[in-house]
Design a protein around this ligand. Structure first.
Ligand SMILES: [Zn+2]
Ligand SMILES: [Zn+2]
Length: 311
């Protein structure tokens, strides 16, 4: 039988992975995640619009922006981006997901600047104490938020792509003379009968592709409290602001080191680890890799302009 030709994947493009400042050709935090027709931003630091243009990514198609916390290096690009949509005559609604306060921050800026948007802007604020809320779902992709430990209320996000429908084998339509109703049944995993017996479902449809997962953890101190939420993901982005010589500073400022991120990846049994949120004191990032890889070999640097494919 032929192979399943419909390919599902999640792609994460790094727009910025520096902490605090744009420096050394690196930019504050922002990523684009795409899966099928779905496109979202994860964090929106200063310069995100410029970075979208540089990477030739159409900003109008972004449906949701997930904000981890309200430090400027994760959110100061958002008012500019949302205002620019007016110039691009956006009509589609956009959803902002983030910690409590993100709505006030944006609406007060718009009030003071007397900005009136031509499209619908809605917010899903996450409050402390909410039990692992599912903050977005479109039937195939679901996004859950989980608490990180930082100087402000901060949320990590886990993206899971769970294929909902089977793909019907084209040759089976003719072979079994499937009706439209039966095709819908096969897509939903339900049985079809011929001559009084059930046709094995794998004769009619390809197996469901595996589920895919991505977790974003920035900014946070090293904390094993996040393990249940990131367990086994295909790709983990974990902040690694410092190298190990500055572990004390990392703890004081509620950030993590490259070695700590690697320890977390190993404990959580993830497939690949992306390090990010680098302090501007590091001109190059080889030192981060050298410290992390002995603990977790599948460690990579979230370099600006790179795209990471899952699936
Ligand atoms: Zn930050
Ligand atoms: Zn921060």
């Amino acid at each position: 039988m032929s192979q399943n030709r419909s390919r599902v994947s999640i792609q994460v493009t790094i727009l910025g992975a520096n902490s605090a400042l744009p420096f050394h050709g690196r930019f504050p935090s922002a990523q684009v995640l795409r899966s099928g027709n779905f496109k979202c931003l994860i964090d929106c630091g200063e310069g995100t619009q410029l970075r979208l243009s540089q990477e030739n990514i159409k900003r109008n198609k972004i449906q949701v922006v997930f904000i981890s916390h309200l430090h400027g290096d994760h959110v100061y690009g958002l008012p500019g981006l949302l205002t620019s949509y007016n110039h691009f005559e956006r009509r589609e609604p956009i959803l902002i997901v983030g910690p409590k306060g993100v709505r006030d921050m944006i609406t007060q800026i718009f009030e003071l600047s007397r900005v009136h948007l031509n499209y619908e802007l809605s917010f899903r604020e996450i409050s402390k104490g909410e039990a692992i809320p599912t903050v977005f779902s479109d039937g195939q992709l679901s996004v859950r938020a989980f608490p990180l430990i930082h100087r402000l209320p901060t949320w990590g996000y886990r993206f899971d792509h769970n294929p909902a429908l089977y793909n019907v084998r084209p040759e089976s339509i003719e072979q079994y003379n499937l009706t439209i109703e039966e095709i819908v049944r096969v897509k939903n995993g339900q049985p079809v009968e011929r001559s009084g017996s059930t046709v094995p479902h794998d004769h009619l449809a390809f197996p469901l592709p595996p589920s895919l997962s991505y977790a974003y953890c920035s900014d946070t101190i090293y904390t094993e409290s996040i393990l249940p939420y990131i367990k086994g993901v295909d790709l983990l982005y974990h902040e690694a602001t410092y190298q190990e010589a500055l572990v004390e500073k990392a703890h004081e400022t509620k950030h993590a080191t490259a070695m700590e991120a690697a320890r977390m990846a190993k404990l959580a049994d993830v497939k690949r680890l992306l390090l990010g949120h680098f302090s501007s004191r590091y001109k190059t990032l080889q030192g981060h890799l050298d410290e992390a890889r002995p603990i977790f070999p599948e460690t990579y640097i979230a370099e600006e302009g790179t795209t990471w494919e899952i699936g």
